[in-house]
Design a protein around this ligand. Structure first.
Ligand code: PHE
Length: 343
């Protein structure tokens, strides 16, 4: 008699401990405990052998067992069914059309800059970067620009109020100094980037614009190398074979020149862009002043070099036939989205 109670008790423990992990195991569980030939049925069958005064206890025990087994079975059955449906729900319909992702576009200045970089890369120039917040030494002194030069004036240059001797670079030329200080020739670099000038003469002028600097220093570099390099550039960039070099002055080059490309005056746009002359000035250049080489730690008796600096904005106007420079800075998406999509 005692045995029957004990057996029922053990069954209870077994049910609690048995947790099927999938639908098949659950079916085994069902047959084992709840089936017509299952354990619970056979335990029920023992009722006849239980003395009358304990029949009630045994009956209660049987009910508890049955409930435990049934509720476990039911709960797990639902869980497994849900799992299966979940799998179905996750299935992806590969034939459904995709959602369009709107593409941005590169800014015409960035496109123009990349094109310039690409052309000079082909000639073996490598790209270097320099800080936009520069010190006086690199921006002016090392570039042979004397203390009393008007470019140093507060009217022309943004100085950092809290940091004496620091300023927003007025050209990309300080990158020349930075490279020469750290490397010996052969040096063949271009440095694209933003520059700043305090030009408040009219509301139309911009205090920030873009330049690409170029520097080539080696033994025996001549003005002919400079001319040929820039000629190749003009041809690749604008498809023009007509350039002219006009004598000019920069403190850090000697001799110095400005380069124009021929656009002609056939169209109204070109007439306007060239102010009726047919020539568009695109860069300043020259042979690096030996004093600059020496100041930057390069032996000027052994080496010579050329440098050039060009504005990007004007070239972008020319390349895309944009009539007004202000369009480049207004951030109007209707204008900007007309250019090459981002890659
Ligand atoms: N830094 C000059 C400018 O901003 C351009 C330049 C660069 C001229 C290099 C000569 C050589 O106008």
């Amino acid at each position: 008699m005692h045995d029957i109670f004990e057996k029922a008790q053990q069954t209870q423990t077994a049910i609690d401990a048995d947790t099927p992990v999938n639908a098949e195991a659950l079916e085994v569980f069902r047959i084992q405990y709840l089936g017509t030939k299952g354990i619970l049925k056979s335990l029920m069958g023992e009722m006849a052998n239980v003395p009358n005064e304990r029949k009630r206890d045994y009956g209660q025990l049987m009910n508890a067992l049955k409930q435990a087994a049934e509720s476990k079975y039911q709960t797990l059955k639902e869980a497994f069914e849900e799992q299966e449906q979940g799998h179905d729900r996750q299935a992806i319909d590969l034939t459904a059309p995709g959602e369009p992702v709107p593409l941005g576009s590169r800014h015409p200045i960035a496109v123009t800059m990349n094109r310039i970089v690409e052309i000079f890369s082909r000639m073996g120039f490598s790209v270097v970067d320099g800080p936009e917040i520069e010190d006086d030494w690199h921006n002016f002194t090392a570039m042979n620009t004397p203390e009393d030069h008007p470019a140093r004036d507060m009217q022309d240059t943004f100085y950092v109020v809290d940091a004496p001797g620091m300023l927003l670079r007025t050209h990309t030329s300080p990158v020349q100094a930075r490279v020469m200080e750290n490397r010996q020739p052969p040096i063949r670099i271009i440095a694209p980037g933003r520059v700043y000038r305090n030009e408040t003469i009219s509301t139309r002028s911009h205090c920030q614009f873009h330049q690409v600097e170029g520097l080539y220093v080696d033994e025996g570099v001549s003005f002919a190398d400079l001319k040929q390099t820039l000629y190749y550039f003009a041809k690749e960039m604008f498809g023009t074979t007509k350039i002219r070099l006009r004598p000019s002055f920069f403190p850090f080059t000697e001799p110095s020149a400005e380069m124009d490309i021929w656009l002609g005056t056939d169209s109204e746009k070109n007439y306007r862009l060239t102010k009726g002359t047919g020539w568009l000035e695109i860069l300043g250049c020259g042979m690096v002043d030996p004093d600059v080489l020496e100041m930057c730690g390069i032996d000027a008796k052994k080496y010579s070099g050329f440098a050039f600096g060009m504005g990007i904005e004007r070239q972008a106007l020319r390349l895309y036939e944009i009539g007004d420079i202000r369009l480049l800075f207004e951030n109007d998406v209707r204008f900007l989205k007309q250019f090459t999509p981002a890659m």
